[in-house]
Design a protein around this ligand. Structure first.
Ligand code: PMV
Length: 339
């Protein structure tokens, strides 16, 4: 298996949904927009198309309520584009700034104006806590507002996906499913929310490291797809897990949800470890946390975890176990996705 680049470009797809010219709306109409971060219970790992970020498997996530990114776009006063991150102006050649401007260029249609993008994360950037998901989702919403495009959310989800795959899911609250799709232009590779509210469900963040990671998820994914024979089994695992998660959510079966999410995350990490050169995002503290979770389960508390491409763990538990869980993880940041 290997990742390909389709002859279709991001620009050629987006062009079909935009007016011929775009004009910024008055600044007074522009408010900062927010998109939540999300964590996948069934992970997206591997692309069938690298240009459009089309996935090899469908995935399912839960949005992290107030944790995410707030972004606004206005017309810049000077003659250059500006990107501000958490109150600091970034250098024009900064990697993050270039990604943001490249995304806006997809919608700018060559217009003359320069933009000032102000973005704030209340989650650590690039620490495996999915800030790129909320980042590109918020940027998509801000672009939509800045140019008065009023694109339907499903289209915004497809376009946010071109910035970062997991961003397709961050347009919504609660449980969200991203359908892999089969079209070459990816316009059926979109996310939509599931009709379920589960107020008792909690997510806990175990922060092992909040520094930037050595290998970003894009390179990690490509390396796994290209070099790990074990990856062959991943699409089957993901498809089975997705079905189990649908059942777990429909029946509010927390045991099934937790077991499935944890096994899915570990299966994804198994494919990474089996790549070459090997890819191991875990730190000793990550493994210690896993072992503590398994001990907690042994003594009868239902506690599960999931992990993305980073060393941090996200715990899954129900409200009535929170006190117990906090005794084992005193520094836990607890999120109520449905509060
Ligand atoms: O959207 P990306 O390119 O940051 O990739 C996200 C990959 C995982 O976080 C590991 C899985 C997922 O579905 O979010």
């Amino acid at each position: 298996m290997s990742t390909t680049n389709s002859p279709i470009t991001r620009q050629s797809v987006i062009d079909q949904y935009l007016p011929k010219t775009v004009t910024p709306v008055a600044d007074s109409m522009n408010e900062a927009v927010f998109a939540p971060s999300n964590i996948a219970l069934c992970k997206y790992w591997g692309k069938r198309d690298a240009e459009l970020n089309l996935p090899i498997n469908s995935s399912l996530s839960i949005s992290l309520a107030h944790l995410g990114t707030k972004t606004s776009i206005s017309v810049a006063a000077g003659s250059n584009d500006e990107v501000w991150l958490n109150g600091q102006k970034l250098a024009a050649d900064d990697k993050f700034a270039r990604k943001v401007i490249a995304f806006i260029d997809l919608f700018r249609r060559g217009a003359e104006h320069r933009v000032k993008v102000e973005t704030e994360n209340n989650i650590p950037t690039a620490a495996g806590l999915a800030s790129s998901a909320s980042g590109f989702a918020a940027l998509m919403k801000a672009v939509d507002q800045f140019y008065g495009l009023q694109l339907p959310l499903l289209q915004q989800s497809a376009f946010a996906r071109m910035g970062s795959g997991s961003a397709s899911r961050s347009l919504y609250e609660g449980f969200v499913e991203w359908q892999m799709g089969i079209r070459e232009d990816g316009m059926d590779s979109i996310a939509a929310p599931l009709d379920c509210v589960w107020p008792e469900l909690k997510v806990g963040l175990v922060k092992v490291s909040t520094g930037p990671k050595a290998v970003d998820s894009r390179s990690g994914m490509n390396r796994t797809v290209d070099t790990a024979h074990l990856y062959q089994s991943w699409p089957l695992q993901a498809a089975a897990d997705l079905e189990r998660l649908h059942n777990a959510i429909a029946d509010k079966d927390f045991t099934l949800l937790g077991e499935t999410a944890e096994q899915n995350a570990l299966s994804m990490h198994a494919t990474m470890i089996a790549s070459w050169p090997p890819l191991l995002y875990w730190q000793p503290e990550s493994v210690a946390a896993m072992q503590r979770i398994w001990q907690v389960r042994e003594v009868g508390t239902e506690l599960y975890f999931t992990m993305d491409a980073g060393p941090n763990l996200k715990l899954l538990f129900l409200a009535d176990a929170e006190e117990q869980v906090r005794t084992f993880f005193p520094d836990l940041e607890v999120i109520s996705p449905f509060a």
